[in-house]
Write a protein that binds this ligand. Structure first.
Ligand SMILES: Cc1cc2nc3c(=O)[nH]c(=O)nc-3n(C[C@H](O)[C@H](O)[C@H](O)COP(=O)(O)O)c2cc1C
Length: 193
């Protein structure tokens, strides 16, 4: 069981990274092999909509960090996606990453027409989480669905979500043992058959 954790935070060692580590610790404690990637460490150009991936079945517009991540996404049994909430949404890093998963869609010839995600039926699942400063869930906006819905469209069922509100400064999550234990438990649960 391979779990790939993906942090969309630009802030190294911040709340998103810390919560991701706790989720992966939980998954590892249940026997999974885990890897964390931080999107800020990869050059990922935003998708331009050139549609070349429909023909080439991978991105041939850019030869950037996404090509290091595609094999990791393809071979992972479980994905964990986490982003801080930025203006009611995910960060540009996470958005660019998700948009560049576009080669994994298969479209019919007619436009607009039906499409499917290549991962459908493979049993690959995802957990998504977001951290926000404000405690009112309204202030979290679209961050969770902005990750959850594309995963579903790609055929990767989101089996758990972990919203965390009330954390602003770098390091606040690390000082909350209850949240870290909740994340470890979610990580453990996530990889159980
Ligand atoms: C540009 C920017 C936009 C933000 N927008 C929101 C927001 O819409 N709602 C919210 O509750 N917190 C917002 N925050 C606060 C972050 O979500 C919060 O500080 C989070 O803990 C940062 O996680 P990190 O340490 O992983 O970067 C914003 C922070 C920044 C820098």
């Amino acid at each position: 069981m391979k779990v790939l954790g993906i942090s969309g935070s630009p802030r190294a060692g911040g709340n998103t990274d810390t919560l991701l580590n706790a989720l992966l610790e939980g998954a590892a404690s249940a026997g999974a092999t885990t890897e964390a990637v931080h999107l800020r460490d990869y050059a990922i150009a935003p998708c331009t909509g050139c549609e070349r991936c429909r023909r080439d079945l991978t991105c041939t517009r850019f030869f950037d960090g996404m090509h290091l991540l595609y094999p990791k996404v393809e071979t992972a049994d479980r994905l964990i996606l986490g982003s801080p909430t930025y203006n009611y949404n995910i960060t540009p890093e996470m958005k660019a990453f998700i948009d560049r998963l576009y080669p994994y869609y298969r479209f019919t010839a007619e436009r607009p027409g039906p499409y499917s995600g290549i991962f459908a039926g493979q049993g690959k699942t995802a957990l998504v989480f977001s951290i926000a400063e404000q405690k009112d869930p309204v202030e979290r906006g679209f961050a969770i669905p902005a990750m959850q819905r594309p995963m579903g469209a790609l055929g990767i069922a989101v089996t758990d979500i972990l919203p965390a509100e009330g954390y602003f400064a770098k390091g606040e999550v690390a000082a909350d043992p209850d949240l870290l234990e909740k994340a470890r438990e979610a990580g453990r649960r996530f990889v159980l058959p």
